[in-house]
Design a protein around this ligand. Structure first.
Ligand SMILES: Cc1cc2nc3c(=O)[nH]c(=O)nc-3n(C[C@H](O)[C@H](O)[C@H](O)COP(=O)(O)OP(=O)(O)OC[C@H]3O[C@@H](n4cnc5c(N)ncnc54)[C@H](O)[C@@H]3O)c2cc1C
Length: 596
């Protein structure tokens, strides 16, 4: 079984020290969320995930989901694990108290999501999609639908699914063909085929609630004619009791590279009974509520896998004896030194560590602003926080899912052939992490969202929520001796981000290919600067604690920050050049030559 221990010390550092835990405690409704409570919940969730989800991660991958006679079954022990997961209240952590949720902060919920993703990414998708669906229902559905569906979804008895993709349309949802015809009783008859639907069918819950994108016969063409419908697998009565099966069936499941214990289904809706959520033809806006939640969740999947891979790799590197240190034996009593003496292995481990801890800090920052955007008393503060979350969502989704894949690959490399074979579980991390770069809008599409929508929104208003705090930090710490070596390079990287921001915004209108060709590099630059800022802040916090009894921990923070600045942040220089290179070599390449 792969090695994994919940990184409690790390999570505590981020929750209490990097960000002041009081910020959460002072929000209305969160007065009782003390550091002790957070600690206890992280510990308890970690214990469950280590004891129940981790042991079925590899077996789930080997066994996969099965499809037989129209029914999907999850791997052995998933049903019991899911039942216990729900009974522990892990489904309802951040859901509103009004619908029988626990009303806890997202900051805490997303940290627990990291642990779930580290121990079993496939499993994480079942409650994860339910949570996203609940958010869309809360925001857009009628009171009747909310009362009928939310409590059962929030306690985990029913799960959620997101039914968008069709055989001929993935990214371009304007092409959706699924039809919605209104019935006399106000419901709709939904007909169409959806593919690649995660948790579209399975045996974990007694009902599955699909949020389906479809169009009515007279709807405008394209994206403006799409509506969102709630379509249950089993029809539900007035008192939330389960009735007859709806005309929703699973046609098959996909055989795929990773997350094999997550059912990826072809779903057929054959005049299935469905109910409009939100307004007619405003389905994309409604679905974006779910998609934005899922995009953060996908970034967290990248983080979860990165953490698990790092732990597996470092645990192995310490034990594995190969070769001798270039500066003389370090373990002369042994036949060879551990892998830890080799500069190249240390480099890989530090890349893993710097990216993983940096990503955790970034997600915690976004999660905290998410809580502020929903709970702060001040309207302006709520709006600012909302702007920040909107700006950073594509960065979290794409940058951190890319990191998940890169770090998982390094984990295999560090373990050599033992990483490549299945026994240690390291190759599973690579296969599982890969989908995070594709679903919920590919990472290329996230980059286009950042460049095409988020930068220009409200005349650049969102950007201020990132540039403002980073600039303020640089100014107030200009003479801070503890982090003096990091301030100038961060300022330089920020400058590059600001001038490329200007460039991609300027070209959007008249030379859109230049902006689009730059988008992926620009998003990476954004991610690297974000982590740079957070690493300086972590180093600054650590420098104040260096004489404490936990010196090893704090010194490691400072050393990892130095590594990040020396070895990873300089990628900004090359990205800057790529972005400013325009699109000629890309767009003028002869189409026919691609296949020559
Ligand atoms: C395991 C798995 C689970 C999934 N779960 C769900 C789910 O629960 N619900 C659901 O609805 N869907 C789900 N999907 C579908 C997933 O969201 C899509 O696969 C994804 O959005 C990409 O669509 P596509 O595969 O059709 O690729 P395409 O849209 O054909 O894109 C192919 C390539 O072209 C690029 N591209 C496409 N259009 C543009 C453009 N305008 N500009 C620049 N580049 C572009 C893309 O970035 C990509 O690299 C899942 C898929 C998988 C594999």
């Amino acid at each position: 079984m792969p090695f994994y221990k919940t990184p409690l010390r790390e999570l505590r550092f981020v929750y209490n020290e990097l960000f002041d835990s009081k910020t959460i405690e002072q929000l209305p409704g969160f007065e009782e969320i003390t550091p002790d409570l957070v600690d206890a919940m992280l510990e308890e969730a970690g214990k469950f995930c280590e004891e129940r989800l981790l042991p079925i991660n590899q077996s789930g991958d080997e066994e996969g989901c099965q499809f037989s006679e129209g029914r999907v079954s999850t791997p052995d022990k998933f049903i019991q694990a899911y039942k216990d997961f729900c009974e522990m209240g892990l489904c309802s952590l951040t859901a509103p108290i009004e619908y029988e949720g626990q009303g806890l902060p997202k900051t805490l919920g997303l940290m627990i999501d990291e642990i779930i993703s580290s121990t079993n990414m496939s499993f994480s998708l079942y409650p994860g999609l339910t949570n996203g669906a609940c958010n869309a229902i809360i925001a857009k559905a009628s009171d009747e639908l909310k009362q009928k569906y939310l409590p059962k979804m929030i306690d985990g008895s029913w799960t959620g699914a997101m039914s968008l993709t069709e055989p001929h349309c993935g990214t371009d949802l304007g092409l959706i063909r699924t039809k919605a015809i209104s019935n006399d009783d106000g419901s709709y008859a939904i007909t169409g085929t959806k593919i690649f639907i995660t948790a579209g069918d399975h045996d974990l819950s007694e009902n599955i609630i699909h949020l389906v994108l479809a169009r009515t016969p007279d709807a405008p063409k394209g994206i403006k004619g799409i509506s969102m419908f709630l379509v249950p697998k089993m029809v539900v009565g007035d008192n939330s009791e389960i009735g007859k099966p709806n005309n929703v069936s699973c046609g098959s499941i996909e055989h795929k590279m990773g997350i094999k214990a997550s059912a990826t289904c072809v779903m057929n809706f054959d005049e299935a009974e469905g109910y409009l959520v939100g307004e007619l033809n405003k389905g994309m806006a409604a679905m974006f509520i779910m998609m934005n939640i899922e995009r953060l969740a996908v970034g967290i999947q990248g983080l979860g896998i990165a953490e698990a891979s790092y732990q597996g790799a470092v645990n192995y590197a310490v034990e594995r004896l190969q070769g001798r240190s270039l500066t003389g034996p370090k373990q002369p009593d042994k036949p060879a030194d551990s892998l830890l003496v080799h500069p190249d292995v240390r480099r890989m481990l530090l890349v893993q560590r710097a990216y993983t801890e940096g990503s955790r800090a970034l997600i915690a920052w976004v999660a905290r602003e998410l809580d502020i955007s929903r709970h702060h008393e001040d309207t302006k503060r709520r709006q600012d926080a909302d702007d920040f979350v909107a700006l950073m969502t594509p960065v979290v989704k794409a940058f951190i899912s890319d990191i998940g894949s890169e770090v998982a690959n390094l984990g295999v490399q560090i373990m050599g052939g033992h990483g490549y074979i299945r026994e240690h579980g390291m190759e599973q991390y690579v296969r599982d992490a890969r989908i995070a770069q594709i679903y919920e809008g590919t990472n290329g599409v996230q980059a286009l969202d950042l460049v095409g929508r988020k930068l220009s929104a409200f005349d650049g208003r969102y950007l201020q929520q990132f540039f403002g705090p980073v600039q303020f930090f640089l100014e107030t710490n200009a003479n801070n001796a503890a982090i003096s070596t990091l301030i100038a390079p961060l300022g330089d990287a920020l400058q590059k981000l600001q001038s490329t921001t200007q460039y991609v915004r300027d070209r959007l209108k008249n030379m859109p290919d230049d902006s689009a060709a730059a988008a992926t590099d620009y998003l990476k630059l954004f991610g690297l600067v974000s982590l740079g800022y957070l690493w300086v802040r972590m180093a600054e916090v650590a420098s104040k604690q260096i004489d404490s009894s936990d010196e090893l921990f704090y010194q490691a923070k400072i050393d990892t920050a130095n590594f990040y600045f020396e070895r990873l942040l300089p990628q900004c220089d090359a990205l800057y050049k790529n972005i400013m290179a325009g699109s000629d070599t890309i767009m003028k390449f002869n189409d026919e030559a691609f296949q020559a």
